[in-house]
Design a binder for this molecule. Structure first.
Ligand code: HEM
Length: 195
């Protein structure tokens, strides 16, 4: 059986795998700003690299399941583990209902986005993505997804250093910068459509 510290590390590692994918995904999406040929060219290559693509998708599904199941298990266990000496206790800082609602919203966004992307019929992703963001409801749902991702990362990246032995204050500015770059990069796609 893993102890509370080991499960926290496991959760952090699984979260960091997904986070690494998000950085690459955001960078790949910036191709959108350079026009349809580049964007479609990248995704055509990615979809033809079947083994690479499905290895990444499998890794993402495993990491998100591990992260979520560990988080839920830790929550069930939390009452008997209150003595764990974290410098900052997140349940006191953020009410649990809000934290879990935010995490649930992010999970729903990721599943919804994944399914939506798999259902796109044509291989002209540029046109498909433009159509999606021209729909105000979709735009609002993605804005909600970006907001829940920002909030989740703010909490998670703030605490991940702590899990691996760094102080929260040491890297708070860095955390904000990372979130700004990541979310700004994702948001650049819909923003470019409206400019
Ligand atoms: C403007 C923002 C975004 C755009 C334009 C976008 C676009 C795409 C596209 C075109 C795909 C399909 C890839 C394929 O089938 O080959 C995809 C897949 C995916 N996206 Fe996004 N995405 C955005 C934001 C996000 C965010 C914020 C997350 C997570 C929080 C995310 C997670 C994923 C995942 C998990 C997949 C499935 C893996 C894959 O097929 O590569 N995306 N996205």
């Amino acid at each position: 059986m893993l102890n509370a510290y080991q499960t926290k590390r496991l959760m952090a590692v699984a979260g960091l795998v997904f986070f690494a994918y998000l950085l690459l995904h955001m960078l790949a999406n910036l191709n959108f700003l350079t026009g349809a040929d580049n964007f479609n060219g990248f995704y055509r290559w990615f979809n033809e690299a079947v083994i690479l693509r499905w290895s990444i998708i499998t890794l993402l599904i495993l990491s998100i399941l591990l992260h979520t199941i560990t988080a839920i298990a830790r929550q069930f266990d939390v009452n008997s583990k209150r003595h764990i000496p974290y410098k900052k206790s997140y349940p006191k800082a953020i009410p649990r209902l809000i934290a879990w609602s935010g995490a649930g919203l992010l999970f729903a966004f990721i599943v919804g986005h994944f399914v939506q992307m798999q259902l796109l019929e044509t291989r002209d992703f540029y046109a498909e993505i433009s159509t999606i963001f021209n729909n105000p409801i979709m735009l609002a749902l993605y804005a909600l997804g970006f907001a829940s991702l920002s909030a989740h990362l703010h909490h998670a990246l703030g605490n991940v250093g702590q899990t691996f032995g760094l102080s929260h204050k040491q890297h708070h500015g860095l955390v904000l910068l990372i979130i700004f770059i990541l979310i700004g990069g994702f948001a650049a796609v819909p923003i470019s459509i409206y400019l």
